[in-house]
Write a protein that binds this ligand. Structure first.
Ligand code: DAH
Length: 340
């Protein structure tokens, strides 16, 4: 009998598994009611008295080895009190939908980029901390030009050379400095202005800038592209209106309105009862800007535009106060889960 026990002992000690099911079979085989241990203990009763001490000791050794092997394998398989089933009551009803969603501004930024992507515009980004050259000078803001006063700028420390960009037009410069036309790109990003915070203005907001430079690009191309954008973004019956404006980096310049989609052009509080809402600035890139960036204005021309992401988001989701975009109120944010 001793030999038999020793055989089982070796078998138990070399046993291993990664399956809980196999481990359970192991337990049944050795410690189950009709298992090997019980058989051996029954047999033990027939052992001759002089053999009893040694055989008994061996039998106990086997019993302990079985228990030890079982417990250590079970712990290794994670079948202990940390099992999820023991930490949570999986039969309780689900309490909340915890899946995240895109921020409404991110949803609209993506839609804008995609609309232009469909007509060949690729995407680039520039830094939020800019220098005077890229934010102002290269864009034809003369040192003493009153246009600089149009923007209340956050300077970094007292250095007038370093600032938080006031518009994404700075990325136009960065791209043109390194790329020869044709250029067809959008530049999304956050911009900063020192403005009193209200329902319509904030000290930071978002723009998607666009730039198209090639041979023979005309104002008609600009108008057609803007109309395509407005119809894709809102609806096919959206109307556009270009009003003459001034930007130092475009000539001629325009501000673009769309028919107010909150009231269908009838007039409401949002459009100040005019039926029109301004959504972007645009124009033909000033030849001086092309020259500043190393592009020959005798060969190339182009247009640029800057779209206010908050304004579009207000219109698409009927949100009237832009402060709510940065308040991180999940009751507001989680409403956009399905609007990818
Ligand atoms: N940078 C202007 C702003 O911040 C918007 C703008 C106007 C961008 C005309 C342009 C443009 O590219 O051509 O208000």
């Amino acid at each position: 009998m001793k030999l038999q026990i020793e055989k089982y002992l070796a078998e138990v000690q070399s046993f291993t598994t990664t399956s809980l099911e196999e481990l359970e079979q192991f337990r049944i085989k050795y410690s189950g009611k009709k298992g090997i241990l019980n058989d051996l203990f029954a047999l033990f009763k027939t052992v001759a008295p002089e053999e009893r001490r040694d055989t008994g000791r061996l039998l106990n050794e086997l019993k302990e080895a079985i228990q030890l092997k079982h417990d250590s394998l079970k712990a290794g398989l994670g079948d202990n009190d940390n099992k999820p089933e023991k930490l949570f009551d999986l039969t309780l009803p689900v309490t909340d939908d915890q899946s995240g969603s895109r921020h409404p501004l991110a949803i609209i930024r993506k839609r804008i980029i995609d609309i232009f992507g469909r007509i060949g515009y690729t995407v680039a980004e520039g830094p939020e901390i800019e220098d005077d050259w890229h934010n102002f000078s290269a864009l034809n803001f003369a040192p003493e030009h009153p246009a600089r006063d149009m923007q209340d700028t956050f300077f970094i420390g007292s250095n007038p050379e370093v600032l938080l960009r006031t518009h994404t037009s700075s990325v136009q410069v960065r791209v043109m400095e390194h790329t020869q036309p044709p250029i067809r790109m959008t530049f999304p990003g956050r911009v900063y202005r020192n403005e009193a915070i209200s329902a319509r203005a904030h000290c930071f907001f978002h723009q998607v800038e666009g730039l198209y430079i090639d041979k023979n690009v005309s104002f008609a191309d600009l108008r057609q592209t803007m109309m395509y954008f407005a119809k894709e973004m809102f609806s096919p019956d959206t109307k556009i209106r270009l009003r003459p404006s001034y930007f130092p980096f475009t000539e001629p310049s325009a501000e673009m309105d769309i028919s107010c989609n909150l009231c269908g052009g009838e007039g409401c509080g949002f459009c100040k009862y005019t039926g029109w809402v301004e959504i972007l600035g645009c124009g033909m890139v000033n030849p001086a800007v092309l020259t500043n960036c190393g592009i020959d204005p005798k060969i190339y021309s182009g247009f640029a535009f800057g779209i206010g992401v908050e304004r579009i988001t207000n219109l698409v989701f009927n949100v009237k106060d832009l402060r709510i975009f940065s308040e991180n109120d999940v009751r507001f944010l989680r409403q956009f889960g399905s609007a990818i």
